[in-house]
Design a protein around this ligand. Structure first.
Ligand SMILES: Cc1ncc(COP(=O)(O)O)c(C=O)c1O
Length: 368
């Protein structure tokens, strides 16, 4: 009864993985993105289940996440998307963790450390085809790769890019990015003297552009059950995380009752207010003040007043018999009613990714 908790359905996760896997050609790798604590779902349990469901490639943002996976799974492939520190090169090579090379300087620095340590480091080249974040600008790839591929301490195994936008009904940068990527892949293959392992697609590109699957796809959000809202999609996955808590106090109030900091809500009629155990310190967005809903007793109850640090006040209605200890669903399903992260994201003017990754790491995760 302390606070909120998250319930993660590993059987649904397994089903999501199998459904995406089944849509891919057999020779295309499914590279599961598990950064940000597996999008808030808990890294360790998620990678264990994914490996049991047949995933052999994992993708992280940082080397620390990659090390944590390696401790659990000695044989899977792990790619680190962020710019790893060159000093980490020997350890990464020893752990068979593959970093991306994000620039010429980064590649040269990794090469220098690897060479001094007498090791060969497997790497993927990150190409910036328009995202403007990490990567060698596509126009420079031939020159940079020509130079880096001469290093005896780097083994270029793969080449990748990341889409800035993929749309189905309106123009987006995706198709131009893909054209640029295919062109530079040809140049890199030429200097490497062999075909590099190519990967580009995250969830949206996977959903709407089968030909962009290449040798591997890197979806994240889709496997956690989001991002497939539109029609015409290639697969349908289901959310696997529910977030729940309890009612800590229920009270009948008269019309004209002020609720929460700065009294941003005044009850228009007599009603029942429940105070529930969760707040912005747990990762529940304060932007949902006077906007979001929770489920209690199978009914939608509107958040009234400001979301505070540890508590939220909701309107259960005049006829409610809500009481101390009742279960509350913040994200999930209760008696046929549903609230998913996509709904909260629209109300908080953000994206489901942020709703999920905001759930504080102190919130216990329960797996079934
Ligand atoms: C480089 C890269 N690849 C793949 C992904 C996965 O994206 P999504 O969760 O939209 O599938 C991300 C997510 O941020 C990313 O940064």
């Amino acid at each position: 009864m302390n606070g909120s908790w998250a319930e993660i359905d590993l059987a649904k996760f397994d089903a999501n993985i199998k459904c995406v896997r089944a849509a891919l050609r057999r020779e295309t790798s499914l590279m599961l993105v598990v950064k940000a604590n597996a999008y808030g779902h808990g890294l360790c349990e998620i990678v264990k289940q994914a490996a049991a469901s047949g995933v052999t490639w994992f993708v992280t943002a940082y080397a620390t996440e990659a090390r944590a996976i390696r401790e659990i799974l000695p044989h899977v492939r792990i790619l680190v998307l962020g710019a790893v520190h060159p000093d980490d090169a020997p350890e990464l090579a020893a752990l068979n963790i593959t970093p991306v090379v994000v620039s010429e300087e980064h590649g040269l620095a990794l090469s220098a450390v690897a060479r001094a340590a007498g090791i060969k480091l497997k790497v993927h080249l990150k190409v910036d085809t328009g995202m403007g974040r990490f990567g060698v600008p596509w126009a420079d790839v031939a020159r940079v790769f020509e130079r880096l591929s001469r290093s005896i301490a780097l083994e270029f195994e793969g080449i990748c890019t990341h889409f800035a936008s993929v749309e189905i009904k309106k123009p987006s940068l995706g198709p131009s990015q893909m054209d640029r990527f295919v062109e530079v892949c040809g140049q890199a293959d030429h200097f490497a003297g062999r075909k590099l392992f190519r990967h580009a697609s995250s969830s949206r590109a996977f959903l709407y552009h089968d030909p962009w699957d290449l040798d591997g796809v890197r979806p994240g959000i889709l496997l956690y059950g989001y991002g497939a809202g539109e029609t015409l999609m290639r697969v349908k996955t289901e959310p696997i995380l529910q977030w729940k808590t309890h009612v800590m106090q229920a009270k009948r109030v008269s019309a004209g009752t002020t609720v929460g900091y700065y009294s941003t809500h005044v009850t228009p009629l007599p009603t029942t207010i429940a105070t529930i155990a969760c707040g912005y310190a747990d990762g529940y967005h304060r932007a949902l003040s006077n906007k979001g809903c929770v489920l209690i007793g199978g009914r939608r109850c509107a958040i009234i007043g400001r979301v505070s640090m540890n508590w939220i006040t909701v309107d259960c209605g005049p006829d409610s018999n809500v009481k101390f200890g009742d279960e509350v669903v913040l994200i999930g399903r209760q008696a046929g009613e549903e609230i998913w992260a996509g709904e909260l994201a629209r109300q908080a003017r953000t994206i489901a990714y942020e709703i999920l990754t905001s759930i504080d790491n102190t919130v216990p995760r329960k797996y079934s």
